[in-house]
Design a protein around this ligand. Sequence first.
Ligand SMILES: Nc1ncnc2c1ncn2[C@@H]1O[C@H](COP(=O)(O)OP(=O)(O)OP(=O)(O)O)[C@@H](O)[C@H]1O
Ligand SMILES: [Mg+2]
Length: 470
Amino acid sequence: MNTRSIRFRLTVWYAGLLALLLILFGGVIYFTLERFLERNLSDTLAKDAQTIGESWIRDIDQSPPGYVAAEIEEHFAPTVTGRFVRVTRQRDGSVLYWSGTPESGTFDPKQIGPKQFDVSQSLREEHLPAGRELLIFSLLFPDRAGNKYLIETGAPYEQVEHVLRELLISLAVAFPLIVGAAIGGGYLLMRNALHPMNEIATTAERITSRNLNERVPVVPTGDEIERMAVSLNRMMERLEDAFHHISRFSADAAHEIRTPLAIIRGELENALQAPGLTAELRETIGSALEETERLSRIVEQLLEMSRLEAGETLVERTRFDFADMTRTTVDQMRLLAEEKNLQLRFESTKPVDIEGDPLRLKQIVVNLVDNAIKYTPSGGWVSVSTFPQDGRVVLEVADTGIGIPKDATSQIFDRFFRVDKARSRQLGGTGLGLAIVKSICTAYNGSVTVRSGEGTGAVFRVELPLEKKS
Ligand SMILES: Nc1ncnc2c1ncn2[C@@H]1O[C@H](COP(=O)(O)OP(=O)(O)OP(=O)(O)O)[C@@H](O)[C@H]1O
Ligand SMILES: [Mg+2]
């Protein structure tokens, strides 16, 4: 998972914010409920004490002994409800009623501390062993004769704690569920929203100078991503226009230069035929003619490359045996190799049918074998092989020549690049041969690579798809 993606960051941000808000919300609920329950409990205790006072203490002098205790027992049943009740006479400290141990056994009434006769009413917390707490309300209540009685009513604080604990458990279960749902939902939502971005990136990645007519997909959602896709497409349109303009220009320029060059050549050839030329002049004209021929070749090659790059020359397509075509081409070039005293070998295991323009694909073989012969000193060998591999046809041209220095291998497919300019020029090279090979390979969705080191020979490997997909 990419933690730097917008999707991840937004989801984490929102989930974090939601969790924080939920914790705040839970905290507010918890403390509000705690206060409410406490007040509720103390109100109930006060009401009970008041009831005991008004119902039985006020007229205690008119009731038989044990009557108050029996009444309290009957009305409040403290042992059943888990409450604490104690009534004490202030004058002599004698206890009229003392509730027993509740059935739930939560506290022992005998442990409840000393009585307070000094205030008319108070609320106190009694701490019992085992961390228990009892909330006790005390009320000093007079009977008709003015004798005061301390009425104490209490209830375990546990009742409040129990509710609060339940609330905490509910919150602890609900919060992760809510946050989890928010994360899952947010992640899915973001994934759907950002999905077109990936497609746009994939398409944009695929677009090169040869398929500038492709466009990134536009999903009509009306959001920022749609706007970006539309803008990208408009930019691509402008680029395509500009690119076509440039390649048209190169092609036109090369085309225009061709005719005057042909005329110059013709005229120089005529001039050579003229009688009475001095040897010196003849040599000058001859050299000019040679240069003109070189220039014509360069112009032809440039024109061809412009066409290839503009994707114009791929209409010609036939099925033929690539291995057979390579064998014939190698045979045709055998004379060149023999002149340099080189061994030229060809190896092929079986026919490989390929779809494409035979003339153009032959040019790949010619240019590579020509280089291998040109850059291998006499006595060496050049080996050419073709074979199918993973749905592609592979052509390998290996030699035992001077090789290519490491730092130059990335540039040799550039136009006009030569490792040793002087030497290459001497050999008649212009540095366009490999650029053309690359253009053809690219036009056929293939590739060309080289393995070499200085002085160790070179192996050029071309891979072409068996079927041309358009
Ligand atoms: N088989 C090889 N062995 C060593 N160096 C090579 C080999 N093939 C190419 N090179 C180097 O790469 C450079 C570019 O090759 P490329 O075929 O593009 O141009 P060229 O052969 O100089 O000229 P052109 O092919 O246009 O006549 C060459 O000048 C040469 O330095
Ligand atoms: Mg060459």
